[in-house]
Write a protein that binds this ligand. Structure first.
Ligand code: MRU
Length: 359
């Protein structure tokens, strides 16, 4: 597979189904599924077959388009009724992963733009609305490619040939559309002859670092070394890390950033060892309605992900309790800079974030 895929989430040519790569089967199997069913779409996000905040947003936009067309063809021929039915379905899809803002962002954009289209277009029909929604979903996808490229450029300007980078979870092309966010500077650097040495946290419990990040970087010819999460300290102490690059699922207005659980621990370690800690993500990941990280809802997941998944036998007794938060919030004071598609934002974040939105 090309290491810069854009087609791991796409819409079928007839617009009647969404096609996605099952990321939960990687790196062992490359399996694509196609569906037009809302429940299957919900499950694909819930099971992390489709994962990574921007990728979930793109997928949701295509789901919106596919469901609209399906409802129209099944007899919903009144445009206002179609909007109402699609809104209700998207409300359900939005519950599949609460932490990443990109899911609700993409759904809101599709619905708002759809309503605007109806208001502004004389003689609009359900058919033309469905056509408009498919084009809007494609625009979201194309914008994501542009946005990743810009983040990659800004991120690359902060490192130099030979640097060691530590990353957590997977914020590469699979999590977006192309280049990725946290892996963007590394892949762009590779294209330009800037060799970066990457240490990838395996990222317990679902192993996105092992299964996806090392897979993407290895396939791209990047020098990648896989470590267990609890090895980050020894690697940092040895002087092999010059910067940490991580993705983000929701950034609050004060700069607090939610990302895969374990990220905040990496930031604390980086502060201890005096290593810059960069959060990379598009402006659309900043939720200005969310004042601080305390207001970010953290998804809690099943205990079998800790006790059983990826083991041949359960690793704890059935009665043992587990706490399995999927994300944590890194305090803005630990973040050296937030690298967005609109530039590099530094503290005080309230101000730099406000300016980025205004500018
Ligand atoms: O649970 P996941 O695998 O979807 O978590 C992904 C992350 O935490 C990423 O860092 C984040 O979504 C940004 S992806 C560009």
């Amino acid at each position: 597979m090309n290491y810069l895929p854009t087609d791991h989430v796409k819409i079928s040519e007839d617009g009647l189904s969404v096609i996605f790569l099952d990321q939960s089967a990687l790196p062992n199997e490359t399996v694509f599924y196609s569906t037009d069913e809302l429940q299957r779409m919900y499950d694909a996000i819930k099971r992390l077959e489709v994962r990574g905040a921007p990728c979930i947003g793109i997928f949701a936009a295509y789901c919106c388009s596919v469901r609209a067309r399906k409802l129209w063809l099944s007899g919903v021929t009144n445009a206002d009724l179609l909007v109402a039915r699609v809104s209700a379905e998207m409300e359900y899809l939005n519950e599949s992963r609460p932490t990443a803002v990109n899911l609700s962002w993409a759904i809101n954009r599709m619905l708002t733009k759809g309503e605007e289209f109806l208001e502004k277009t004389a003689g609009a029909t359900t058919a033309s609305l469905c056509e408009f929604w498919e084009q809007e979903a494609t625009r979201i996808h194309e914008e994501d490619i542009e946005m990743c490229k810009k983040i990659a450029e800004y991120g690359l300007s902060l490192v130099k040939d030979g640097d060691g980078i530590l990353t957590h979870c997977n914020a590469g092309p699979l999590a977006t559309s192309r280049y990725g966010t946290a892996l963007g500077p590394i892949l762009l650097g590779k294209e330009r002859g800037v060799e970066l040495h990457v240490f990838a946290d395996e990222t317990r419990p679902l192993l996105q670092g092992a299964r996806l990040t090392s897979y993407e970087l290895y396939n791209a010819g990047v020098d990648v070394t896989l470590i267990c999460d609890n090895m980050a300290s020894i690697v940092m102490k040895s002087g092999r890390i010059q910067a940490c690059f991580v993705g983000c699922d929701r950034i609050a207005a004060n700069g607090d950033a939610a990302n895969k659980v374990g990220t905040s621990g990496v930031a604390i370690l980086a502060k201890h060892y005096g290593i810059p800690f960069y959060v990379l993500g598009p402006l659309s990941t900043i939720d200005r309605a969310c004042p601080t990280g305390d207001e970010i809802k953290i998804e809690e997941r099943r205990s079998d992900e800790i006790k059983e998944m990826f083991y041949s036998k359960p690793m704890a007794l059935p009665g043992v309790k587990c706490y399995n938060p999927a994300f944590d919030v890194t305090d803005h004071e630990l973040i050296t800079a937030i690298i967005t598609d609109k530039g590099i934002l530094r503290a005080p974040y309230e101000e730099s974030i406000r300016k980025a939105f205004e500018g």
